[in-house]
Design a protein around this ligand. Structure first.
Ligand SMILES: Cc1cc2nc3c(=O)[nH]c(=O)nc-3n(C[C@H](O)[C@H](O)[C@H](O)COP(=O)(O)OP(=O)(O)OC[C@H]3O[C@@H](n4cnc5c(N)ncnc54)[C@H](O)[C@@H]3O)c2cc1C
Length: 290
């Protein structure tokens, strides 16, 4: 799995499937359910830590289901994208059409499906704010389109985190904008991420959620304890951002996990609260690692 995650970490999957169409994906989802084979749905692998032992399940890699298109109409402008489309590609297409709404997510690694599932959030906006509908299916394989009711989405949470559905595509709402302004914003965001060292080493973005009740973003809390640059094996807390752990070369999932637990312990000791993980731990973990 290390070839399929932004962390470049992870052992083998028992079964690896790459459907080429939404229908194929839905059929595959149904057949695996019928055979009671556990499934892990993979987007771009940018928010997961896969164990060194790998995944005892069938991985459905949605990465081949790509493509997006824009429709202009008097009722409103929309962008439809397949689940495996990189979010940045969707932003770029909106720019090409001089449409605004998806600038904030430009240069964030991740697919449309994964970003809807996570309700990805950056630069003050969440994906749910521009989401109109989601095409998905359950274990029956029947494809349905759901209206994205805002009330069902929260800070980095979506109804899909509880439904066990396979997201096949999504429609986003866009508005007319000035192309130069849209592009300027996208480039500023990309430079900002570069400045924060997001792309220097393999990583999975923020390890923990930011909780407003804590008074400070998690990165600042970690920084206040002098923990930036702390390493366990090849896994290190980024020197540029206290909420990012990087793989400096040959880090093992176990080392990343130990470092996550170290940060949790130190923050709990100093501030008295438990950090909430944003990163998802996937696969088979040894008892002693748990
Ligand atoms: C450098 C860097 C910066 C980042 N910055 C941010 C940031 O600013 N804000 C932010 O929110 N995140 C950030 N992230 C994390 C990540 O980019 C987002 O969480 C992204 O939305 C994950 O999408 P993905 O396709 O990689 O999902 P994955 O990591 O592949 O999967 C995440 C979850 O979604 C599920 N899933 C994926 N696709 C589907 C599907 N089609 N159907 C059903 N379930 C699915 C998976 O099963 C898993 O549970 C960053 C990551 C990196 C590496």
């Amino acid at each position: 799995m290390k070839d399929h995650t932004s962390f470049r970490i992870g052992g083998p999957a028992d079964i690896y499937i790459e459907p080429r169409t939404p229908q194929e994906a839905a059929q595959c989802y149904r057949q695996l359910a019928e055979r009671e084979i556990p499934v892990f749905v993979l987007g771009a692998g940018a928010n997961i830590l896969v164990s060194d032992l790998g995944i005892r399940a069938a991985v459905i890699d949605m990465g081949s289901l790509r493509g997006c298109s824009v429709t202009r109409s008097e009722q409103g402008h929309t962008l439809v994208a397949r689940a495996g489309t990189p979010m940045s590609d969707a932003s770029s297409l909106a720019l090409e059409h001089g449409l605004s709404g998806l600038e904030f997510i430009y240069s964030m690694p991740g697919s449309v499906g994964g970003s809807v599932w996570m309700n990805a959030r950056c630069y003050g906006r969440s994906i749910s704010e521009v989401l109109l509908t989601v095409e998905h299916c359950g274990s029956s394989g029947r494809i349905v389109t759901m209206e994205a009711e805002q009330a069902r989405f929260g800070y980095k949470s979506s109804p899909f985190q509880h439904s066990g559905s396979l997201i096949l595509g999504a429609t986003f709402s866009l508005v007319e904008g000035r192309r130069s302004q849209i592009e300027e914003k996208m480039q500023w965001i990309k430079r900002d991420r570069e400045r924060k060292g997001h792309f220097l080493y393999p990583c999975a973005g923020s390890i923990f959620k930011n909780n407003r009740e804590f008074g400070s973003p998690t990165g600042k809390l970690v920084d206040s304890l002098g923990l930036k640059g702390t390493c366990i094996g090849g896994a290190c807390v980024s020197r540029l951002h206290g909420n990012i752990i990087v793989n400096t070369g040959a880090a093992r999932a176990q080392e990343v996990r130990q470092l996550i637990r170290l940060l949790e312990t130190e923050v709990r000791r100093a501030y008295g609260f438990q950090l909430e993980r944003e990163i998802l731990l996937v696969g088979q973990w040894d008892e002693e690692e748990a």
